[in-house]
Write a protein of this length. Structure first.
Length: 124
């Protein structure tokens, strides 16, 4: 905020972007008032209420049908991956730069999430 650009600021922006992408909300959305923001909104929902805040358009399959068309195993894997991804967004967008995840850690975690999904697809 008002300081020179830094990698810490880039990580914060990346975290906010992840939260925007997966919740379908913008930081300026009308639901964020009275000290609530996209970071707190996401953090408060994790892990038990993740499906309440995720953008349900992400759950549509190739045929355009919703979450109900996924198998129970697929739903569980997707649920776990959504939790992990939103946790990365929250970790990257912590208010204090010292508390933020590094971009290296975030990239490593996202790669592991991708591997979880790829592994699921190759077994079926």
């Amino acid at each position: 905020m008002g300081l020179d650009p830094s990698t810490s600021g880039d990580v914060y922006s990346y975290g906010i972007l992840l939260l925007e992408l997966f919740t379908g909300k913008r930081p300026t959305d009308g639901i964020f008032r009275d000290g609530t923001n996209i970071h707190r909104y996401s953090k408060m929902a994790l892990p038990k209420r993740v499906m309440e805040i995720v953008d349900h358009k992400l759950l549509e399959n190739k045929e355009g049908t919703g979450e109900s068309s996924w198998t129970e195993t697929e739903r569980g894997k997707i649920h776990d991956c959504l939790i992990l991804t939103l946790k990365i967004g929250v970790a990257c967008s912590e208010e204090s730069p010292r508390e933020r995840a590094t971009i290296v850690d975030a990239a490593r975690e996202l790669h592991l999430i991708k591997e979880m999904l790829v592994d699921r697809r190759t077994r079926e």
